[in-house]
Design a binder for this molecule. Sequence first.
Ligand SMILES: N[C@@H](CCC(=O)N[C@@H](CS)C(=O)NCC(=O)O)C(=O)O
Length: 308
Amino acid sequence: MSDPAELILHHYSTSTFSERVRLAMGLKGLRYRSVAIPRAMPKPDLLPLTGGYRRTPVLQIGADIWCDTLLILRKLETLHPSPSLYPNGDASLVRALVWWADKSIFPHALGVVATTVGHSIPPDFVAERKAFGFPLAPSDVGPVVYRHLQQGATHLGWLAEMLGDGRPFLMGEYPSAFDFAAYGPLWLLKNQGGAEAERRFVLAGLEQWYDHVRAIGHGRPEVMTAQDALDVASKAEPMTTVILADADPSGLELGTTVTVTPDDTGRDPVHGTLVSADAQELVISTANGRVGTVHLHFPRAGFDVVAR
Ligand SMILES: N[C@@H](CCC(=O)N[C@@H](CS)C(=O)NCC(=O)O)C(=O)O
């Protein structure tokens, strides 16, 4: 019998963004259910839960789903504040640095991995990811690999400089969400790009820090089937939302039917009724025959929300 309040993480082992959440689980020592999802479409047992949002990972609690790591980590922090993902009260600083890592480190690491091992990736997966927004074909990435090497080295150099005073983690004594965001691309590079990628994208000055982050581990995952996760959602009622504001910065009113779409990759629109919104997060309600009514939580940063 599953506990309706338990954390259910939908992810796959090679997902860079999932690794961030697994490390957050590790830092907080959390027990959670682990549902393995396909790494590419179709995702027939995930999309009924997410209203069509396809990206990885998502976090489920009962009939509520948190999309995007920005919000997943924020939710974990609210539920389990200690140890903090945002130490020393620096939550906004950490989030801004996470944003920088996602926009300015991850794409360069991905580009280097693609030029190194892209030729051995199955063509259907390459085509899938190209449509998603991640070019992996050497023919697409090769012409701009100089940019990934040049600019990637600059950003890695900034990380190494931050650690130059001997601090164990990027923000100082304690690990933070920023460490996990910066670690992910390098984890991708090491695990999927191999020695050649590491030779090209040099991690000088980052090795010790990398080992500190890796040692945090993944917490206590317990396998759950996708069907069991769907059953949890269908038996639960969505939470009464705790966002108090009813103010959308653009003037959208609660009760409006809206479309929510990521503004960068995997731009599949999700439709629902706006049930709660503030400047950081919005919640939409949607329903289907497999799960009943679910509430989908999206961060504001990185998503377009328009009335249908
Ligand atoms: N901004 C998103 C990015 C998520 C993302 O791009 N995840 C990749 C996997 S690491 C993805 O969704 N790939 C396509 C897929 O899994 O279908 C987040 O922070 O969660």
